[in-house]
Design a protein around this ligand. Structure first.
Ligand SMILES: *[C@@H]1O[C@H](CO)[C@@H](O)[C@H](O)[C@H]1NC(C)=O
Ligand SMILES: *[C@@H]1O[C@H](CO)[C@@H](O)[C@H](O)[C@H]1NC(C)=O
Ligand SMILES: *[C@@H]1O[C@H](CO)[C@@H](O)[C@H](O)[C@H]1NC(C)=O
Ligand SMILES: *[C@@H]1O[C@H](CO)[C@@H](O)[C@H](O)[C@H]1NC(C)=O
Ligand SMILES: *[C@@H]1O[C@H](CO)[C@@H](O)[C@H](O)[C@H]1NC(C)=O
Length: 446
């Protein structure tokens, strides 16, 4: 055999192997994802995977079909540690002090003593200062303290188990998202939480970058992406710049005292005022305020699709003659009923909605960009479903924002895509899509 014949035979063998591999890829069942994407949120968390066979992201649901679990962990007297809905359900019956939520606000953070004291005052559970770090005091049969990363680990363990149950394999690797403003220490403690749950973290990515990836913006020709994340209690705006397929955060601003809770609070104040006008007294029982709060919260959600809703709440009102103050036995319920229109909801929150534009203007100024230069606008967080807020943003930019992905699942969707990339799933070949920016600070406009 000649030299060239040998070479060509080797060539054919390689070609045959290649073809076999290619055809095998076509006909074999698609590989099960081995890397999960985690969104450890302040109020809710989710887990997702990228299916290489279909190219789809699956956000994993629990046995009741819910795609997020509350970021709540509860400790029982029998020594059990519950996470998610079980913890939340227990919160009402269990001693409230033993149910911890919002732990993400404390993870990896060093506090000034007076700031930590102020923070603790907002919660029913006890937060203590351990040399600048927060710890939660749990008193069941015994009294002990747990760290924010321990709370995080129990939530991540729960998500890991949901994924394992759904995929039928053991999961050991994950990608996780964190707020863009998290410093290195907060990122390290988030990784520690995952390690405690038995997960190795292959990459930590910023939440706004994940949201942009959920819309496939890492694959298309865009330069400037603005991400607006409006959740229950905070607003975060990030200006991302894409350079050679990588996202760089150019500027961040926000308002950590603005969100869906504030809009509901305005509706609650309105409803209480309507009760006073109609019955001459205001509700005083904790249970009545709670029912009213739930009713206006439901109304707020429904006003996204409807232009008007009616609320009906039975209230136990004390006689007006005695000023409505509690005395004697609890009165028979009186039904309070009122109509809430979308126009009214928008009017009651007009000034709050307007505040959303301030951090948007700040990031544009800090990023030295005109609003016309923003290529895509991505909306994240449940409160961006509010039609007036979408309109405010589209009018400001003179173009429609990207809203097709569920705003509560945009981050986990993007993290799952990054998990697919880290898992080497064809056809996603790039391994990184974020350039860390260590010098950037977030501007707070409260
Ligand atoms: C805690 O106390 C309860 C009753 O007081 C008991 O049933 C339970 O076994 C105790 N749990 C532990 C972990 O000691
Ligand atoms: C408390 O924190 C300081 C500074 O971060 C450190 O130098 C010191 O060793 C810590 N003390 C304890 C008891 O952990
Ligand atoms: C974070 O973790 C890395 C790697 O373990 C370490 O080198 C770095 O010093 C840590 N940084 C902080 C601020 O804890
Ligand atoms: C909101 O919509 C749900 C389902 O459509 C309905 O059950 C509920 O009563 C509505 N609530 C209000 C306050 O309109
Ligand atoms: C949203 O993002 C995609 C990129 O995946 C883009 O093609 C589309 O035009 C964007 N805008 C809207 C309003 O959907």
């Amino acid at each position: 055999m000649t030299m060239s014949g040998e070479v060509s035979m080797i060539g054919s063998v390689i070609l045959a192997l290649f073809l076999a591999g290619y055809l095998g890829q076509q006909y074999l069942p698609p590989p099960t994802p081995k890397v999960i994407g985690l969104d450890l949120g302040t109020t809710f968390c989710s887990v997702g995977v990228f299916h290489p066979g279909t190219g789809d992201v699956e956000v994993i649901a629990d046995q009741q079909g819910r795609k997020s679990i509350p970021s709540t962990v509860s400790f029982t007297a029998s020594g059990e540690v519950l996470a998610g809905y079980e913890a939340q359900d227990l919160a009402d019956s269990n001693h409230q002090k033993n149910t911890v939520y919002d732990a993400k606000r404390f993870i990896g953070k060093i506090f000034e003593p007076e700031v930590l004291e102020e923070e603790s005052a907002r919660y029913p559970f006890e937060v203590v200062n351990n040399n600048g770090s927060a710890e939660f005091v749990i008193s069941t049969n015994s009294t002990f303290t747990v760290s924010p990363e321990f709370i995080g680990s129990r939530l991540l363990l729960r998500l890991k188990k949901m994924a394992e149950r759904q995929l039928g394999v053991t999961i050991q690797k994950a990608v996780i998202s964190v707020p863009a403003e998290f410093d290195e220490r907060q990122r390290n403690y988030t990784i520690r939480a995952a390690n405690l749950a038995g997960l190795e973290i292959l990459r930590v990515i910023n939440e706004p970058t994940a949201a942009a990836m959920a819309y496939g913006l890492h694959k298309v020709d865009v330069f400037n992406v603005l991400v607006v994340d409006l959740g229950g209690g905070t607003l975060d705006v990030s200006l991302l710049n894409k350079q050679g397929g990588m996202f760089l955060t150019r500027a961040m601003a926000g308002n950590n005292k603005l969100g869906g809770q504030d809009f509901s609070q305005r509706l609650l104040q309105y409803a209480i005022e309507r009760v006073r006008q109609e019955f001459g007294v205001v509700p005083v029982l904790k249970e009545d305020i709670h029912s009213l709060r739930q009713a206006v919260e439901a109304a707020k959600l429904n006003l996204t699709l409807k232009t008007s809703v009616n609320i009906r709440v039975p209230l136990h009102l004390y006689p007006a003659e005695s000023g409505g103050a509690p005395q004697g036995s609890v009165p028979e319920p009186t039904v309070f009923q009122t109509e809430i229109t979308r126009d009214l909801f928008e009017e009651l929150n007009k000034d709050l909605f307007q505040k959303i534009l301030a951090p948007i203007e700040t990031v544009l100024t800090e990023g030295r960009l005109d609003k016309e230069e923003v290529d895509e606008i991505v909306l994240v967080g449940g409160s961006t479903r509010i039609p007036r807020i979408r309109r405010l943003i589209s009018e400001y930019f003179g173009k429609e924002p990207n809203t097709s992905v569920d705003p509560d699942l945009a981050v986990v969707t993007g993290v799952a895509i990054q998990a697919g990339i880290m898992g080497g799933s064809w056809p996603l070949q790039v391994s990184a899509i974020e350039i860390p920016n260590r010098h950037l600070r977030k501007t707070n406009l409260n």
